[in-house]
Design a protein. Structure first.
Length: 335
């Protein structure tokens, strides 16, 4: 299965695992890469020693390409230098302007990606020299840069730039991949789908909530789970925190129900406040249901936790099946 993206990244399938924050791990990134996709480490908030450790551990687990994702709403200069020193194959940027970092990464033969939410952004980053763009639709889970539906965003961008376009947001199966490719994408990126992998670093209760959710069980909010990362719109599964906030009339920060209440604890014992941007990863204890349950609208398509290699294999098989169905449909119509 060859596209411009697979050629660029030297991967077998045009499937990228989204960063998914603290739910990523060397085990997940390596498993996706070993299965033929591109695994991703989310290292924006890791200390520098852990950043280097995660990269080296991933290299031990795979000899295939993988990516490091960095959020530019936070200082990343030191982590970028680590990526250069450790010869990370791909660096992807989210939520900020990567223009000052692109030249040095390119000089060190690192492939660069930028997440965009509009065709004008895509055109700008093509001119700045990124190798491909990630076009994030409004359907996506987690922190959402885009404000346009994937089905409109992808062709709008694909019509205006020459570099590969990756679709992300609202894609979880072969039908979604086929649709994205038909719209002009060169590949897809999935987050919620890989939250339901065995290698994901999240609490099983979180996965159970995803499995039981339907397509209308998520909510897109501007400043709700904002403690730790403010002014970053996000999509989460509705829970008791969102319900009580809506019941109170969606009050602004400072007037929300039970602000500053400790509702959970991290593995190291650090308390987690209600409205924190922390989700229920492995080792988190407390009222997990009330935390930020990041997920996209594709939750309605997911019901089982599987190993990452099986997810990739099923996605590819499903894509081939859907493509053959489309071919038969077109042939029948021609007749």
């Amino acid at each position: 299965m060859m596209t411009r993206l697979t050629k660029l990244l030297q991967i077998k399938y045009p499937i990228i695992q989204a960063p998914i924050g603290s739910a990523t791990s060397p085990e997940l990134a390596a498993a996706v890469s070993n299965a033929g996709g591109l695994g991703t480490l989310a290292l924006s908030w890791k200390d520098l020693d852990t950043t280097r450790e995660y990269i080296r551990e991933t290299k031990k687990l795979t000899n295939k390409p993988f990516a490091v994702n960095l959020v530019l709403d936070f200082k990343q200069e030191d982590r970028i230098q680590i990526c250069i020193e450790e010869k990370v194959p791909v660096v992807s940027f989210f939520w900020g302007d990567s223009s000052t970092f692109i030249p040095e990464l390119k000089r060190n033969n690192i492939i660069v990606c930028q997440t965009v939410g509009s065709s004008s952004e895509a055109e700008r980053y093509e001119q700045l020299g990124v190798d491909f763009v990630m076009a994030q639709g409004w359907e996506a889970g987690g922190h959402v840069w885009g404000a346009v539906a994937t089905s409109v965003l992808i062709p709008s961008i694909a019509d205006k730039i020459e570099i590969p376009v990756v679709a992300t947001g609202g894609i979880a199966d072969g039908r979604g991949i086929l649709a994205a490719l038909s719209l002009g994408a060169d590949g897809v990126c999935m987050g919620t789908r890989f939250l339901m992998s065995k290698e994901a670093n999240i609490n099983p209760i979180y996965q159970e909530i995803i499995a039981n959710a339907s397509e209308d069980d998520t909510i897109h909010v501007q400043r709700l789970f904002n403690v730790g990362w403010d002014n970053a719109p996000h999509r989460v599964i509705k829970n008791s925190t969102t319900a009580n906030w809506e019941k109170a009339g969606r009050p602004d920060v400072g007037s929300r129900p039970n602000e500053n209440e400790i509702i959970a604890y991290k593995l190291n014992g650090q308390p987690i406040l209600r409205y924190s941007d922390d989700g229920p990863i492995s080792g988190t204890t407390g009222n997990l249901e009330a935390l930020a349950l990041y997920a996209g609208q594709t939750v309605g398509l997911l019901s089982a936790v599987k190993p990452a290699f099986q997810i990739i294999a099923e996605l590819v098989d499903d894509l081939q099946t859907e493509f053959m169905k489309l071919q038969k449909l077109l042939t029948a119509n021609d007749g």
